[in-house]
Design a protein around this ligand. Sequence first.
Ligand SMILES: Nc1nc2c(ncn2[C@@H]2O[C@H](COP(=O)(O)OP(=O)(O)OP(=O)(O)O)[C@@H](O)[C@H]2O)c(=O)[nH]1
Ligand SMILES: [Mg+2]
Length: 448
Amino acid sequence: MNTVVALSTPRGRGALAVIRLSGPQAIAIAQRLARLDDFEPRRATLTKLRSVADEEVLDQVLLTCFPAPHSLTGEDVVEISCHGSPAIVRRIVDATIELGAVLAAPGEFTLRALTNGKIDLAQAEAIRDLIAAQTDAAVKQAARQLNGELSNALDPFKQELIEVIVLLESALEFVEDDLPEPQLNQLEETLVSVIGGVTRLSQSYSAGRLLRDGARVAITGRPNVGKSSLFNSLVHSERAIVTDVPGTTRDTLSELIDIGGVPVVVTDTAGLRETSDNVERLGVERTHRAMGDADLVVVVLDGSTEVGPEDQELLDRTADTRRIVVLNKSDLPDFRSSSRCLPAVGAINVSARTGAGLANLHSAIVAKLNSDGAEDGSLLITNARHYDLLRNAKRELEVALECLRGRHSEELVLAPLHNALKLLGQITGETTTEDILSEIFATFCIGK
Ligand SMILES: Nc1nc2c(ncn2[C@@H]2O[C@H](COP(=O)(O)OP(=O)(O)OP(=O)(O)O)[C@@H](O)[C@H]2O)c(=O)[nH]1
Ligand SMILES: [Mg+2]
């Protein structure tokens, strides 16, 4: 096994940078650079690093050794906190390479931790998600998975499946001993309960995916209804130009915000209308594209004017999409609330100017995005790979249950059960091939 090195903090200038070494040579390399014979394990040592060729000081650093196996990767690990200059980092990394270290591949530290049994695959993926998390809620979910909650949630299912498999296998072995009817009923019940558990877990993906990847929300409507004003209120900044001239917004404009823990990219768009203005027409085309890409469309109407044919057309066109209808300008005396002018639509009354009703809009956005989501505080599936595996496992389990109910031969029940167990094992990495591993780790950043 070689010794790898990488910068573990972001590239660029900062007060500090952390360089990590892992592998059998890690401590020897650190000793050579620091000209020290030994380091106290897990204690920071203030020392100067010098280049090997001459005595030139590379930097004064804090160096911490974590001898195997009590380290992040399970190998000897050295962490060097140096001054955060790209030039210093380069010099130190080069010096370790001169002494035999090689640059780490993306996710290599985590991969080594996995190989040495320090974490399972779901936890390795949680590390990546934790680093990529954009909101508090996403951090919490990733941290739960890093704690092994997903693996813990799967364990009882796997245990129950193994028990069912053992019983069926033994019946298969002793041909005369068909399993008695009550026992077969018991096995059916167990399978039904495992299928229920796997289904619940896989259904949490729609909420989990939103937490991890975020949602796209497009604000649309005819010109001058207050889309840009609403956009500015949502993003808490005067990001978009607001005027009383219809057709002010030409280009789409997007900002990332946190709504109820969900990272949401909100997009302000050009008002929808027929126009001969070339620039505006291009803007309207972009509006249509943004609407097509959105997970949720917010249709804004001006509640101080009549619902016009353009509004009606937009309402009709979005009737089958995930949408929220908003009646804006509730502060104006002419405002007619949604219960009066759009009772069937269930629109939300807001005023982008005074902020009235915006809290309702926030809740409505979260509720719509989460419409098939899980209860608060539960463990969520956030990873498409896990979701796929759970769904496939569920399918296999259903086949097994059907065969069992039809009292088919044990072999027919066992084959899908073994498949299901294998699929569940792939989530935590017990039964994962090299190819899958390298695909997963290619999505990590270097130094992790
Ligand atoms: N009284 C009142 N006026 C508002 C409200 N929201 C927007 N306006 C006004 O309505 C006008 C149009 O607002 P914008 O936010 O530019 O409207 P828009 O939908 O983005 O318009 P386009 O970009 O032209 O499509 C401006 O004069 C705003 O000040 C509101 O809640 N109350
Ligand atoms: Mg606008």
